[in-house]
Design a protein around this ligand. Sequence first.
Ligand SMILES: [Zn+2]
Ligand SMILES: [Zn+2]
Length: 252
Amino acid sequence: MKFCALASGSRGNAVWVEEGDLAILLDCGLTYKEFKNRAHLAGLDPGRLGCVLVSHEHTDHISGLGPLCRALKIPALANRATWESMAERVGRVTWEAFSTGDTLSFGPLKVRTMPISHDTPDPVAFLIQSHSGDLGLATDMGAPTGLVRQKFQGLAALILEFNHDYHRLMEGPYPWPLKQRVRSRVGHLDNETAAGLAAELYHSDLRHLVLAHLSETNNTPELALQAVREALAGSIEPVVAGQWSPTRVFEF
Ligand SMILES: [Zn+2]
Ligand SMILES: [Zn+2]
């Protein structure tokens, strides 16, 4: 399996996953033009893309979904609650429904969907499975749930939200209601909680750990890296996914 975070953060998210001739995209919070730029930069062929799976309907995950699906003539997959909350903004695309908890098959890839704790009607995390190992993707969650803890055991690669540094958030410029939202169980993970979860999920065959959805206001790559290095004691070299350029293409 190959994967690449084309963008990660509150201004847009998209993760490319590829196995053999088939690729899928997890969320599309990039304009179609920017998506093409970044796919090109990463050496990925948009012609391979078979569909887009949507985790939840916040703008940073769907802003480019409609144009991309129309341009490439591919379907968008989302659960009903997510679809109903975004259909108007997405416009005319082929919607294929799944129910949270379903396992979906795309050629050699299987995608397990599972609920997470976030402030939309039915947000999901993804576990992507192939013969070479599993990739877990969980961002936009206020608290690690038992299900994520359980299903994300034994991964080959993990993309995990490291949204904010607690002190930066609390002392930073966000208005109080927004600080409360971010800190709530349906908000976003802070570095310390995420690092604790990464340490729980770590095992010696975990090949890639990608820190994702960092806040530009309330976090820095250095703070996120410091938190995870302390928790993991140098057992793996984590990579930060950025807002403005794609990560390298990871492979396992
Ligand atoms: Zn988000
Ligand atoms: Zn969100």
